[in-house]
Ligand binder design. Structure first.
Ligand code: OXD
Ligand code: MN
Length: 580
């Protein structure tokens, strides 16, 4: 296979010449091709088969121990003008970045196969979808891209018709962290990645294209590319509302998107549309609609069990690629908090020992097609997407943020999104558990200056009066003993119910300086055994703490200088004034 698109053919030839690849293979996306990749990795020892009785078609990949997460300090946005990338991104001049990458790529695929992977982010027939081509020397990337995107011939046909695509060049290189870079060139819609095989650094359709490059495209074209799950909440009467929710990496997006209602609400249903990325467009009626650009899940494994996420637990029993989990005596995958079985080998392949632990890397992952999820929505493939009733922001905060609150307006909601802060997790290299600012959960993913990004968000208010309501949630409040105050997981349904009631104007709320909070009996917790004082602390705010938070947030906003939109400054002033 090759292509009739001249620009694509020329770029592929150029990459083959630069990397000196032994051969070029165009990926068709067929099941046989996927199986070939698996067989190849089994033969070369980069993949092993798991217990085929208990886990048919499940495989384990052990990565280089130095290559287990996103590398934000090695990720760059390269624009003509540094101010366009903003202080929220690392920046390098375009020429310097290209020179650096060209030097790394030169001859890097000698003796290896270069795969050309055409893919479509979003349903192939959706006008909201966007295509790309990844060139990679990694069969692991090919297999994962098959699960995570609409990959192969149909995507190539669309690229040939549209004559536009995002270019991503990837090589695993030597896996040397000193020779590892993830470069983005949004002005020319291209990505260059070298030295890592980890999902967020190497599956270029995901974070690099569907968030960093797409956020840039979205601003130009009037839509939003966001780090959000999409779910449908169906009531017993059969009415479904769609919610898009942004939480930082490894803060439970996959669990919320696949939630199974608690017994008391067994006649309610949650349908999954996506667990990580949403592309939001306004339709002709002024309604915001969402598609999930991805076709699979690249989810965090540890903590997944029958209770926390039964749908995911069952989903990853077949047709799944595991990366960096441990194994049991009889070769089943094992991870911390699986709550069954026992580890015998750790993620590095060593005999498991508690003193050396954990068995699974905290950022170990599963890759699986979305079709394996029994809660997969039948509208997930709809080209027009689904109408969004509510947008929810959230973070992992031990204190401060109440369980749930609602913005007073779209503009106030943008301020709430911009003020998201969260404790860092193992999804990126660096210290874990440190609170950092993570506006809209997009700190690692916004491909341009946050000040311009907030202005873009604010601009939606001028385009329609049908915007979704905006909320903030925090499932992670703790007491002084480090115990969680809210049970989370299935019980989060109760908060989602309140959110939808508020959207429909059916629930009372208490107005506070930071937004509307539930009244005492606003959320049904009667059977949850939450002490009245604990419940009060979950649905009220501490003015002193919030004054301090707003002062610190003000300093953060100031760091964006003149570019900060006046509308956001105004919202901040209003909240500060209301706090007194
Ligand atoms: C992810 C992440 O893998 O956010 O989704 O790191
Ligand atoms: Mn993510």
């Amino acid at each position: 296979m090759t292509t009739k698109n001249e620009a694509l053919a020329a770029w592929v030839a150029e990459a083959a010449e630069l990397t000196q690849a032994k051969q070029t293979v165009w990926c068709s996306g067929s099941d046989a091709e996927f199986q070939n990749m698996i067989d190849l990795m089994l033969a070369e020892g980069t993949l092993s088969e798991l217990n085929s009785q208990t886990h048919p078609n499940c495989y384990l990949h052990r990565s280089d121990p130095q290559d287990v997460a996103r590398v934000e300090h090695l990720t760059f946005i390269c624009t003509e003008d540094q101010a366009d990338a903003g202080d929220n991104n690392n920046w390098m001049p375009i020429e310097q970045a290209k020179q650096k990458m060209t030097d790394l790529y030169r001859g890097c695929m000698q003796g290896r196969t270069m795969y050309v992977i055409p893919y479509c982010m979003g349903p192939v027939e959706s006008p909201f979808s966007r295509c790309g081509v990844e060139i990679s020397d990694s069969p692991y990337v090919v297999a994962n891209m098959k699960l995570m995107t609409r990959m192969g011939s149909a995507a190539l046909r669309r690229i040939e018709e549209e004559d536009t695509f995002v270019r991503g060049l990837h090589s695993t290189g030597e896996l040397d962290p000193e020779r590892r870079f993830i470069m983005h060139f949004p002005e020319e819609l291209s990505i260059m990645s070298y030295g890592s095989g980890y999902g967020g650094n190497a599956l270029l359709g995901k974070k690099c294209h569907a968030l960093r490059i797409a956020s840039w495209q979205a601003r130009r074209e009037g839509w939003l590319a966001e780090h959000m799950l999409i779910l449908g909440l169906e009531s017993p009467a059969g009415e479904t509302h769609y919610i898009a929710a942004a939480f930082p990496s490894a803060c439970g997006k996959t669990n919320l998107a696949m939630l199974i209602p608690p017994e008391k609400y067994a006649d309610w249903k949650i349908w999954t549309l996506g667990d990580d990325i949403a592309w939001l467009h306004m339709d002709e009626q002024g309604q915001l609609r969402a598609i999930n650009p991805e076709a699979g899940y690249f989810g965090v494994v540890p903590g997944t069990n029958r209770k926390t996420n039964r749908n995911a637990f069952d989903m990853i029993k077949q047709n799944t690629i595991f990366t960096n989990v441990g194994t049991t005596e009889d070769n089943q995958p094992w991870w911390e908090d699986k709550k069954e079985g026992a580890p015998s080998t750790d993620w590095k392949g060593r005999p498991y020992s508690e003193d050396v632990g954990p068995a699974a890397h905290p950022n170990s992952r599963f890759t699986v097609s979305a079709k394996e999820n029994r809660a997969y929505s039948n509208l997930a493939e709809a080209p027009e997407g689904v109408p969004i009733s509510a947008i929810v922001f959230g973070g992992r905060r031990r204190e401060l943020a109440p369980l749930v609150y609602q913005a007073k307006s779209w503009e106030h909601g943008v301020l709430i999104g911009a003020s998201v802060a969260s404790e860092t997790t193992a999804a990126a290299t660096g210290e874990v558990g440190v609170v950092r600012r993570d506006p809209m959960a997009m700190k690692p993913f916004c491909g341009y200056n946050f000040a311009d990004y907030w202005a873009h968000w604010l601009s939606f208010a001028e385009r329609t009066d049908k915007l979704p309501q905006i909320f903030h949630v925090n499932w992670f409040r703790q007491n002084d003993e480090g115990e969680f105050l809210w049970p989370g997981f299935s019980e989060n349904l109760r908060v989602l119910q309140w959110i939808i009631q508020r959207c429909k104007g059916e629930a009372d709320a208490t107005e506070t300086a930071i937004g509307y909070l539930p009244v005492e009996d606003g959320v049904d917790i009667a059977d949850l055994n939450i002490a009245p004082d604990v419940w009060q602390s979950l649905i009220s705010i501490n003015d002193d703490q919030w004054r301090q938070e707003m002062n610190e947030f003000g300093d953060y906003l100031d760091s964006f200088g003149d570019r900060l939109p006046a509308g956001l400054r105004e919202q901040h002033e209003q909240v500060k004034a209301a706090l007194g």
